[in-house]
Write a protein that binds this ligand. Sequence first.
Ligand SMILES: [Cu+2]
Length: 222
Amino acid sequence: MLAGCDGNVSALAPAGPAARDIAWLWWAFAGASFVLTVMVVVLVAMAFGAPRVVNERRWTFGLGLWFSLAILSVTLAAGIWVGERILPRDDGAMEIRAHAFQWGFAFTHPGPDGPVETVDLLILPAGEPVDIVITSEDVIHSFWVPQLAGKMDAVPGHTNRLRLRADAAGRLGGLCAEFCGIGHTAMEFDVLVVPADDWDAALADPDAATAEVTPFEEQADD
Ligand SMILES: [Cu+2]
């Protein structure tokens, strides 16, 4: 099971600031869930013990109401804080269109000599914020690069935006995260992060650029 926590489609192996915030939030929720589970197990065990005199008011209001509200408030606040941090900003970041269809993603990059289209290959400049403009051709899909950000639905007739930023050059994985038909399980794409200076060259020849970039997980092993 723990092997699932690594690899190029793991949200727990972040490769950018938004994914790091999400991974941090995931660990915080996992820790809080663990503490609460232990408490409940202890309380259940105590219920099987000898009868004892307890202060009902303290248990009902203290543990039942105020303690639960405190935990819920902290986790809600953390969720809102992280959610706000990873929103797209109106700062003129580059836009790449991701158009979902059954079953793949067509990407339109703003190249130096006009738009460059690729299918199932997203090319990003390292270290720079990029807004993915997400649309759909047919049914609802969901755009997800787990190592970079959260998921965002691709809805027919509607445009959604998602801010991505990758720390360093490498090859990441992306996938559709919303069941969209019989081909859903194979609806995956490659994410090629190139040094910002190599961005134009990579768009001119995506195949050559793909061959040159080391997969992110192999970099980590060096
Ligand atoms: Cu899908």
